[in-house]
Design a protein around this ligand. Structure first.
Ligand SMILES: [Zn+2]
Ligand SMILES: [Zn+2]
Length: 304
């Protein structure tokens, strides 16, 4: 592990924060418009932001707080909206002087090099299941040892987010912000089973309006139309798994869906012996639960 020294003196922290700002100002143009930024316990109205296509940034110095600090807030640009409060995905804060393990963010430097931005992995708002341990386990960033001159015997490990003199620094910060966002989104889905209906409704109502979109590549298989037509004819209006009648008629025929017992993606054949006709419920079931008993049953149906 590379060895980093925590920056704790007032002058050093101010210089590191300036280096962070310089990098952000260079990479993130001012975003037109005024935005409301929400954080636990309050919001900032009509705020000016800087943003590229991936992340937005808003920073300020917070003096009137128990822990006076440089406050650096980041969020996702494709979630930005002017007509509602915008959520911060991650804050990277530093005390004006000294160090605090309450904050995940920190400035440090490696011998003979410029400032670096690090983060302990302490993310999230205290909800069950969201915490440092889970994030550290899920994020595959580079971990380094950070030495604190005031506590030389207890170095901490932290993620090296970016070297602030690296022209790619803001890209690296964006990767971190996106990783935190993915982590939080996934976790909020995972905890849904433990919430009351009322809590779940509150979370669902607070969800962002514009889902993130991403392109996905899908391999398509050419299918022989006679194979599926024959499987449906053979099923004679009844599902090959549950035996019930097709739930509705479509274009004059009982509606059943063709299913390959061995998936085409697993090198299964597009043949009548590997194809069955299922009701939509059973089709979904076969894609989620595939038990040996169901598969054996379908093989018998397909060999009729
Ligand atoms: Zn069925
Ligand atoms: Zn299928």
């Amino acid at each position: 592990m590379a060895r980093f020294e925590l920056v704790t003196d007032r002058k050093g922290i101010r210089a590191a924060q300036r280096a962070l700002k310089r990098a952000l100002n260079r990479a993130l143009p001012p975003r037109p418009g005024a935005y409301t930024i929400g954080y636990p316990g309050g919001k900032i109205e009509r705020s000016k932001l800087r943003a590229n296509s991936r992340i937005w940034y808003r920073g300020q110095i917070v003096r009137n707080a128990g822990a006076p600090r440089f406050w650096n807030a980041f969020g996702l640009t494709n979630e930005l909206a002017t007509n509602r409060s915008n959520h911060i995905k991650v804050e990277i804060n530093s005390l004006l002087m000294g160090s605090s393990r309450r904050f995940g963010g920190m400035f440090a430097r490696e011998a003979g090099r410029g400032f670096a931005l690090l983060h302990s992995g302490k993310v999230g708002g205290g909800r069950p299941g969201i915490g440092k341990k889970e994030f550290v386990a899920s994020f595959n960033g580079k971990q380094v040892s950070v030495f604190d001159a005031d506590r030389p015997s207890s170095p901490r490990s932290a993620f090296l987010i970016a070297r602030l003199d690296d022209p790619q620094a803001v890209n690296a910060i964006a990767e971190f912000v996106l990783a935190v966002a993915r982590f939080k989104d996934q976790d909020s889905l995972d905890d849904s089973g433990t919430l009351t209906r009322k809590q779940l409704k509150a979370k669902a109502l607070a969800a962002r309006f514009k889902p993130r979109s991403m392109l996905q590549q899908v391999v398509m298989y050419e299918r022989n139309p006679y194979v599926s037509a024959y499987a449906k004819r053979r099923a004679n209006g009844h599902c090959d798994l549950c035996g019930n009648r097709a739930p509705f008629a479509f274009k004059g025929n009982p509606f059943l869906e063709c299913h390959h017992i061995d998936r085409l993606a697993d090198n299964g054949d597009d043949s009548v012996h590997n194809t069955v006709a299922l009701c939509p419920n059973c089709h979904r079931r076969m894609h989620l639960t595939f038990t040996t008993a169901d598969i054996d049953h379908l093989r018998r149906q397909a060999s009729r």
